[in-house]
Design a protein around this ligand. Structure first.
Ligand code: MG
Length: 409
């Protein structure tokens, strides 16, 4: 962290930093600040805040550093580096930071150029106030939130209170221990779902560790699939141009938006939105509102969800969007076989459209198949979607079989 700080501080000044609730964040923060100051940067400490709150604060700084491991277990920690527009550092910027980290010696500022770290206490108030500008504060809904004891604990209840909601808050204390399993996936949300049903709430919402991801539960206690939530948000915002990833459902294209698709991962959506777009999203729960920042903003999404549910029951919006079967899986394999897999699949299935942004995506009239190497494991991932169960199985099996055949040869 000292080296990360020294590297960032040698290129960016002033820098604002924030961190989530992890027990190691405090120790890491002091090393980071030390590195930033030693490199001669001016440093502002915004305290425990969600990543999107830091992303919004970043507009007044040269860069922002968030200490977090996002949705990963509490024993992990790391950093996210953000630009003034809230977007993640692109690969060029990351490479430059890494280059300095790997040098044998650090370049330090002369003694008379070293500064003090100052507190920056306005981040939450500025973020929440800016969000509230676009909303009525008389949205009297009953809302259950589960912040997972992550950074959203310090912002989401406050925002909902100012929107006029009745709030039932669980896991909303910043303990550094994530009692429910920090990734907001359905298997970690059974308790929240039970409460939504028991108290007859209008909405349930759950966040990840650094409060940039949100998953929404309708008033019937059903987790809203991310692809459908993307459409619901984009429609409410009146968006025409929507950015999402290669892995998102074809229902988004069918909903009539002009869709740009990126590699899988929210930083790619963020970077693509720099080229334009009214709304962006990744179905795992990252939602981008480019008017405020290019950081996925679960806090902003909270306000939009309440507004939407105040107009129409979430369940009826969900049920009015079609569902297609999707199959996801993987095969242990080296990514070096990708070229062979691609050649085999294209020649045997003759798809009308092949896109090579992230592995290969074969698009057919009635479905698609995505084959891409995992970024973190020695696996090749397969995703297929189609209008019928039979067809989705067929597409999925083509992918699995091609990988198996090619890795055996
Ligand atoms: Mg996150």
């Amino acid at each position: 962290m000292l080296r990360v700080g020294a590297s960032v501080g040698s290129s960016y000044c002033p820098v604002v930093l924030g961190y989530d609730t992890r027990t190691s964040s405090e120790a890491m923060k002091h090393s980071l600040i030390s590195g930033l100051l030693a490199a001669g940067s001016k440093v502002y400490d915004a305290g425990i805040i969600p990543t999107p709150t830091l992303g919004y604060a970043a507009r007044n700084f040269a860069a922002a550093v968030m200490i977090t491991a996002s949705h990963n277990p509490p024993e992990y920690n790391g950093v996210k580096l953000l630009n003034p527009d809230g977007s993640a550092f692109d690969s060029g910027q990351q490479n430059q930071i890494e280059l300095v980290i790997q040098r044998d010696s650090l370049e330090l500022a002369p003694w008379h150029e070293m500064e003090k770290c100052l507190p920056f206490n306005m981040a939450v108030e500025e973020h929440v106030s800016r969000i509230l500008e676009d909303f009525d504060n008389e949205l009297r809904l009953k809302v259950v939130i589960d912040c997972g004891c992550g950074a959203a604990s310090l912002v989401s209840p406050y925002l909902l209170e100012r929107l006029g909601c009745e709030i039932i808050a669980i896991n909303c204390y910043p303990s550094g221990f994530f009692p429910r399993g920090i990734e907001p996936v359905p298997e970690n949300l059974t308790y929240l779902i039970d409460i939504v049903r028991a108290v007859k709430a209008d909405i349930g919402m759950a966040y990840d560790g650094d409060g940039d991801r949100i998953v929404v539960i309708d008033e019937k206690g059903r987790v809203i699939p991310g692809d459908k939530l993307l459409i619901i948000f984009a429609r409410e915002l009146g968006a025409k141009r929507v950015v999402t990833t290669q892995e998102a459902s074809m229902i988004i294209d069918e909903a009539g938006f002009e869709v740009t698709r990126t590699k899988v991962g929210d930083p790619f959506v963020s970077v693509a939105l720099k080229g334009g777009g009214d709304f962006g999203g990744e179905p795992s729960g990252c939602w981008f509102f480019p008017k405020l920042s290019l950081c996925p903003d679960a806090i902003h999404a909270t306000a939009w969800t309440v507004k939407i549910a105040s107009e129409t029951k979430l369940s009826s919006l969900v049920d009015n969007i079609p569902s297609y079967p999707i199959l996801r899986g993987s095969v242990p394999a080296e990514k070096t076989i990708m070229a062979k897999v691609e050649e085999r699949l294209v020649s045997s299935t003759n798809p009308p459209l092949v896109i090579k942004i992230d592995g290969i995506r074969l698009t057919f009239e009635d479905g698609w198949l995505l084959i891409r190497p995992s970024g973190t494991e020695l696996k090749i991932r397969v995703t297929a979607e189609a209008r019928s169960q039979q067809r989705v199985k067929e597409l999925y099996n083509w992918g699995i079989q091609a990988i198996k055949d090619c890795s055996r040869e």
